[in-house]
Design a protein around this ligand. Structure first.
Ligand code: ADP
Length: 226
């Protein structure tokens, strides 16, 4: 589903961020990318999302070379990917329900689908009783659950979560891990970056370790070893 073919990235100032990365991720996999700050994790995600161009190599998503897509198709491509960020990025003056509904409106989904799908998604992320709450009335973990709901509501092929538990305490981290696992079990590919050893060990799934722009380990049922 995702294939990085000999990808190297030098930033304009010459900083090597990725060096000769070859990586494939199959549909329905759950993959954690770990590594110290500066290892190249964010750059890898930016290549996949076509936010930065590779210096060398090719990135395929479902057999399409995504960096060859015309600008007009990028919007469509990015809709296949649901994004989750460390800092949640919810719309502050919209409720949990409205944040999720807004993602459906933006994708042009009709009102009847929105009315039937949003409650289902709130249930999936265990927030049925808090749909009317604004972000400031929710804990960090609850805000991240809304963000995950928003990321999955348009049924993306892939969820990309960049340090999704970076701002959360252990209890909330555990809940986020459980929800991501559930989403993966329902058939969505999940790719996360994390510094959190507990998260990786609890997953018991594939772990890719990066160091200075290179993949130094790739374990099918990995543990966090740095
Ligand atoms: P990580 O996400 O693992 O912390 P990054 O992908 O952010 O790593 O960074 C990899 C390397 O690329 C680091 O040396 C970082 O300083 C450098 N880097 C990241 N973004 C830029 C940029 N826009 N311009 C120049 N160098 C950058």
């Amino acid at each position: 589903m995702i294939y990085f073919d000999k990808v190297t990235k030098l930033y304009r100032d010459g900083t090597p961020a990725l060096e000769d990365i070859t990586l494939s991720i199959a549909p329905k996999e759950f993959v954690s990318i770990v590594g110290h700050s500066g290892a190249g994790k964010t750059t890898l995600l930016k290549m996949l999302l076509v936010e930065e161009a590779p210096t060398e190599g090719t990135i395929y998503f479902e057999s399409t070379d995504v960096h060859s897509l015309p600008k007009s198709m990028l919007h469509h491509y990015r809709r296949k990917i649901g994004m989750v960020f460390q800092d949640f990025r919810l719309i502050p003056n919209k409720t949990a329900y409205e944040n999720i509904a807004f993602a459906m409106e933006a994708a042009g989904r009709p009102d009847d689908e929105i009315a039937s799908d949003v409650p289902h998604i709130l249930d999936l992320v265990d927030l049925t009783s808090k749909g009317g709450h604004f972000p400031h009335q929710l804990s960090g973990g609850e805000q991240q659950r809304v963000a995950i709901g928003r990321a999955i509501v348009n049924q993306p092929d892939l969820i990309v979560a960049d340090e999704p538990t970076g701002n959360l305490d252990p209890v909330n981290t555990y809940e986020i891990v459980e929800i991501l696992k559930k989403i993966n079990e329902l058939g969505t590919t999940v790719l996360i970056t994390t510094h959190n050893k507990g998260v990786v060990d609890a997953m018991g799934k594939r772990v890719i370790t990066m160091e200075r722009g290179r993949i130094v380990r790739d374990d099918a049922h990995g543990q966090y070893i740095l």
